[in-house]
Design a protein. Structure first.
Ligand code: ADP
Ligand code: ADP
Length: 227
């Protein structure tokens, strides 16, 4: 599904945020990406969603090498990648329904076809009854679920989340992780960046650890590692 080959990313000023990172995420796999603040987690996700481009190395999605991709092809690649942010980035003056519908509107869906898909996505995150609400009236956990519904509404095979539980208490965090788990069990590949080692260790999934831009560990994280 996803392959990094010796990927480095330097920012202007010469700062190396990622240093020769290689890994593969199989189709249908779920994994965590962890490391301290500044370790390079966001940068790695931005290379997948084509917000940033690598300085060296290659990134493949579904066998497609993103290195040579033309600007006009970027929307087609992004369509395969659902992205969830810590601050959910909802449009505050639009309803929950309209927020979730946005990716479909961009793809040209309208009417009942669009509504059916939006309702299906809201149903999957348990928020059908909030469709008409404005985001400001939602709790933090609910707002994050809307962000997830928006990311999955066009059924991308790959979901990326950047600190999706950063603003949530432990119980709500666990609930959000269960939502990702459910999508994974339905066949979606999932990569979640988080520095919450306690939560990650309890979930028992493959965990890749970045430190200073280098991949220093890749495997199951044990409970004692997080203490
Ligand atoms: P993380 O998500 O693990 O906190 P980031 O990928 O956000 O790490 O950042 C890795 C390093 O790269 C940090 O030192 C950060 O300050 C730096 N960095 C991130 N984005 C930029 C940018 N646009 N320009 C310069 N430096 C950046
Ligand atoms: P996150 O919390 O997701 O790791 P950050 O707060 O590190 O994100 O970064 C927020 C934004 O600022 C990102 O777009 C990142 O690329 C940019 N950024 C981070 N560090 C720097 C930096 N040192 N110089 C310029 N831009 C940066």
């Amino acid at each position: 599904m996803l392959r990094f080959e010796q990927v480095s990313k330097g920012y202007s000023g010469g700062f190396v945020a990622l240093d020769r990172v290689s890994f593969e995420l199989a189709k249908g796999e779920m994994a965590f990406l962890t490391g301290h603040s500044g370790a390079g987690k966001s940068t790695l996700l931005k290379l997948i969603s084509l917000i940033e481009r690598p300085s060296a190395g290659r990134v493949f999605i579904n066998g497609v090498d993103l290195t040579g991709i033309k600007p006009r092809q970027i929307p087609y690649v992004r369509r395969d990648v659902g992205m969830i942010f810590q601050d959910h980035r909802l449009l505050m003056n639009h309803s929950v329904f309209d927020n979730v519908a946005l990716p479909l509107v961009i793809e040209g869906f309208t009417g009942r076809d669009m509504a059916k898909r939006v309702h299906a996505a809201l149903d999957q995150v348990g928020l059908l009854d909030k469709a008409r609400c404005l985001p400001a009236t939602l709790s933090g956990g609910e707002a994050q679920r809307v962000g997830i519904a928006r990311a999955v509404v066009n059924k991308p095979p790959l979901l990326l989340a950047d600190e999706p539980t950063g603003n949530l208490d432990p119980d709500l965090s666990k609930d959000i992780m269960r939502v990702f788990e459910a999508f994974n069990q339905a066949g979606v590949s999932v990569l979640v960046a988080s520095h919450d080692l306690g939560l990650i260790a309890r979930m028992r999934y493959r965990t890749m650890t970045l430190k200073g831009g280098k991949m220093i560990n890749d495997g199951l994280l044990h409970q004692e590692d997080s203490e």
